[in-house]
Design a protein around this ligand. Structure first.
Ligand code: P53
Length: 478
């Protein structure tokens, strides 16, 4: 089938994605409380970010100012509109609504900020797509209650979710509960906060158990959110948000294949629970063999069944490879090997466009649900040339290669895809390293890793390229 001239389905949601803590800044404005992102220092590819117990005078915290989107959003959204965005994915900073997380009444000023932000989008016909929890939970909930190792977190989260869904139901149709809920599979990762669970393992804690217990509470909270949303307003669509890194076997040796299958099961049981509403049997058996005394109640199981998601939202940046280790238990921190067939980015992320088509088909076969690519992109160093030009042909190539595979999955394989929102459509603070120099955007933001810079915005070459993609509804991709 020739793909030239063929376009994506009508109403396909082209847009871009960001997260509140990575771009808003204004970390103490409008009554906002401290989030876990506010105590993370600047890192780099070789040195991890540090987490401090409180805000220290002599440390630099890149998320405090982000790219100042809290103040600049009208101009930034105007640029998104110029590119032709149909939607814009962002998150609601939990700490703007509940500064500490355990209050009973929300902070009206925080809600008003998102009213204004969403109205600004809607003014241009840009539909906001919203993640409720994106690596930015209130620090107080972590320090006072231990974060998601504590069952009480379900109620705190529900307070937040119910307020947001109720308030914004007329402005936002597509919601996601926990960003990359499965990106805690690397539970041995170096002593830092788990991405989204706000967990800092203690000396003698079993990290694998901790990960499963926290994830269980999050999944219950997620299911209850879905149920609440459906009862509130049947038009609301609540999805999961899964970090999709397909895991391939290194060779065709049957043991490698089996190990890769278990690795996939381990990384994606989260979406099994989200979509099917039940735990896979292999995992329940694993809890038994590992002697994990999981706190899973009958009420929890009933909630999981009732609150299955409406679509699968996922990020796609890279693929992984494993080989048999002799023990059928995937440990992401140690078990990944290099793929000899693909190149890696400057940050070591293995670039694999074909893997995106594979991922779309894999999700489609497994869940039979609409899919939504809510993140994809290349983190790279950009050079600001004279006349404020940025020639980011490497980014255009990365995105074109991925779009082509996406187009094949939709037009040739028949995958039901709702939309595509590339990550960091405007340059922002990198989640893993806190760097500004790891850039993803179509819009360049003049700011250095240390926070110096004019914060001025410039259109990169990819800006016009993406504008064209949207204008032709992808028919120029072949
Ligand atoms: P940064 C790891 C692997 C895949 C996606 O990441 C990941 C991570 C965690 O960093 O996170 C997602 O900024 C996440 C975004 C994040 C983006 O990928 O480290 O949802 O918040 O910014 C890119 O280059």
């Amino acid at each position: 089938m020739s793909l030239k001239g063929q376009s994506f389905p009508e109403n396909f949601l082209w847009g871009g994605a960001v997260a509140a803590h990575q771009l808003e800044g204004g970390y103490q404005e409008g009554g906002k409380g401290l989030s876990i992102a506010d105590v993370m220092t600047l890192g780099s590819h070789d040195s991890p970010r540090k987490i401090t117990d409180k805000v220290e005078k002599n440390e630099y915290y890149p998320n405090h100012n982000g790219i100042d989107f809290y103040h600049s959003y009208p101009e930034d959204i105007k640029l998104f509109a110029e590119m032709g965005f149909k939607c814009f994915r962002t998150s609601i900073a939990w700490t703007r609504i509940f500064p500490n997380g355990d209050e009973t009444e929300p902070n009206e000023e925080g809600l008003l900020f998102y009213d204004r932000l969403f109205d600004e989008c809607l003014k241009y016909g840009i539909e906001p797509v919203v993640t409720l929890s994106h690596f930015e939970m209130p620090l107080h909930l972590v320090q006072e209650y231990g974060g998601w190792r504590n069952r009480r977190m379900i109620d705190f989260f529900m307070n937040f979710a119910e307020i947001c869904l109720t308030r914004f139901q007329k402005k936002v149709t597509y919601w996601m509960t926990f960003n990359e809920i499965n990106n805690q599979t690397n539970y041995e990762a170096d002593g830092s906060i788990f991405n989204n669970s706000g967990l800092r393992p203690k000396e003698n804690e079993n990290r694998e158990f901790l990960m499963y217990q926290a994830a269980h509470y999050e999944l219950v909270a997620s299911a209850k959110t879905v149920e609440f949303a459906h009862n509130l307003n049947p038009k609301l669509q609540v999805g999961s948000m899964i970090a999709m890194c397909p895991i391939y076997p290194l060779t065709s040796k049957p043991e490698d294949i089996l190990f890769a299958q278990r690795a996939m099961q381990t990384r994606y049981w989260f979406s099994d629970v989200h979509s099917n509403g039940i735990y896979p049997k292999w995992l329940l058996n694993h809890f038994k063999t590992a002697n994990f005394n999981m706190d899973i109640s009958d009420d929890d199981l009933a909630a999981l069944k009732k609150g299955t998601v409406d679509y699968i939202g996922f990020s796609y940046y890279m693929s992984f490879v494993v080989k048999d280790t002799g023990i059928l238990n995937y440990n992401e921190e140690y078990d990944l090997v290099k793929n000899p067939f693909v190149e890696a980015s400057e940050w070591g992320w293995q670039v694999d466009p074909v893997g995106l088509r594979y991922a779309l088909n894999w999700f489609n076969d497994r869940y039979h649900m609409p899919l939504f690519i809510v993140e994809n992109g290349l983190g790279a160093i950009d050079k600001l040339e004279e006349n404020h030009q940025i020639h980011d042909d490497y980014r255009i190539k990365y995105l074109t290669d991925h779009l082509l595979q996406m187009k094949k999955a939709v037009l040739e394989d028949g995958v039901n895809l709702l939309g595509y929102t590339p990550w960091g459509c405007i340059d922002l603070i990198a989640a893993s390293t806190g760097q500004m120099s790891k850039r993803y955007g179509f819009i360049y933001v003049d700011q250095n890793d240390d926070g110096t810079g004019s914060l001025k915005r410039y259109r990169k070459d990819s800006f016009n390229w993406f504008k064209d993609v949207i204008q032709t509804n992808g028919s120029n991709i072949s």
